[in-house]
Design a protein around this ligand. Structure first.
Ligand code: CP
Length: 335
């Protein structure tokens, strides 16, 4: 069975086909590809875009979506194998995944890290448990990567730039008052290198480097596509000549579980905001962010509201590109 857990499991041609199908759905939104099918959307964390776009997208394709929030409107769940379930969880994923599979044709999972122990979080246990025990395809709605955001982002960048190969793409860490998930940052490196871009990761220091799994995957992608991956802590060097600036904040991995110790370092990094002066160094770069985003914290109003800002297009594309992905997932598993 093929799942959509990471874009790394799908070929470049398949990813481009999902994006292109998304473009077709943008022109003609309604379809029958999910006629008679049901989709379970499991949200262990909040959402505006992902929940709305998958619910509406399923309906537009003739299917039915059910949203479940374990621990809120569905039973709390345990994931450890051999767990002695004497805590809050009433249900084990081994039953939940198999029971849901008897009702629905696809299962989507949103499950953020717990932010206490990265070695635990990087195992992506909830997503992988559903992929192991479900009898239907599973797709990732953001865990420690965000592959659906990747599709929507690349669709928006291609819409504006056309061919993206060898364009300078900058993923910049930005200041934020609290540590956030690394998922979109990991995904940004994966999709930009996958499409052969010259990618620069700008972060304040070594402590803010992303997990080596994603740095290594991005390096391998770049080698395969003729792109490149550069890491810098120099703001001017990163922004100079950039064609795309993607902003995201994330917590420093060595400080997982010790966030009070990260605070003094983070407090000195407010200048990592995306502003007009930095954007003036670029090649009239496009700006984007996955949303939600704190204005005048991660990026100034002038940047966010500029003609070069892709934020709304990228968010809209979530609906279209995900429909492309769902169609491909159904098609692949029907073979
Ligand atoms: N970008 C994104 O996934 O938005 P939500 O958290 O609102 O779903």
């Amino acid at each position: 069975m093929r799942h959509f857990l990471t874009t790394q499991d799908w070929s470049l041609e398949e990813l481009q086909a999902m994006i292109d199908l998304g473009r077709a759905f943008r022109e003609n939104p309604m379809g029958r590809q999910l006629q008679g099918k049901a989709v379970a959307l499991m949200f262990f964390n909040p959402s505006l875009r992902t929940r709305s776009s998958f619910d509406i997208g399923t309906w537009q394709l003739g299917g039915h979506a059910i949203v479940l929030q374990p621990g809120k409107d569905a039973w709390g769940m345990a994931f450890e194998m051999g767990a002695v379930m004497d805590g809050d969880a009433e249900e084990h994923v081994k039953e939940a995944a198999r029971v849901l599979s008897r009702y629905v044709d696809l299962i989507g999972i949103r499950a953020f890290p717990k932010f206490q122990n990265w070695q635990e979080d990087r195992q992506d246990k909830i997503l992988n448990a559903f992929a192991t025990y479900a009898e239907v395809p599973v797709f990732n709605m953001e865990t420690i990567t965000h592959p659906c955001q990747e599709l929507a982002h690349m669709m928006a960048v291609q819409d504006r730039l056309g061919e993206v190969k060898k364009k300078k793409y900058v993923l910049t860490w930005t200041w934020h008052p609290k540590p956030l998930n690394t998922a979109v940052a990991n995904s940004s490196l994966l999709i930009s290198t996958r499409f052969g871009m010259d990618v620069t990761l700008l972060c304040p220091n070594e402590e803010y480097l992303l997990d080596e799994r994603y740095l290594n995957q991005a390096k391998a992608n770049a080698e395969a596509t003729g792109g490149s991956l550069t890491v810098t802590h120099d703001i001017e060097e990163a922004y100079t000549g950039a064609d795309v600036v993607y902003a995201k904040s994330w917590g420093a991995i060595p400080y997982f579980g010790r966030w009070e110790e990260e605070l003094p370092m983070r407090a000195k990094l407010r200048h990592f905001i995306v502003d007009e002066a930095k954007m003036a160094l670029t090649n009239n770069a496009l700006f984007s962010h996955c949303l939600p985003m704190r204005r005048n914290i991660k990026a100034t109003d002038a940047v966010v509201d500029s003609a070069q800002s892709l934020i709304i297009e990228e968010a809209e594309n979530r609906l279209h590109a995900q429909k492309g992905m769902l169609c491909k997932l159904i098609e692949e598993n029907a073979r």
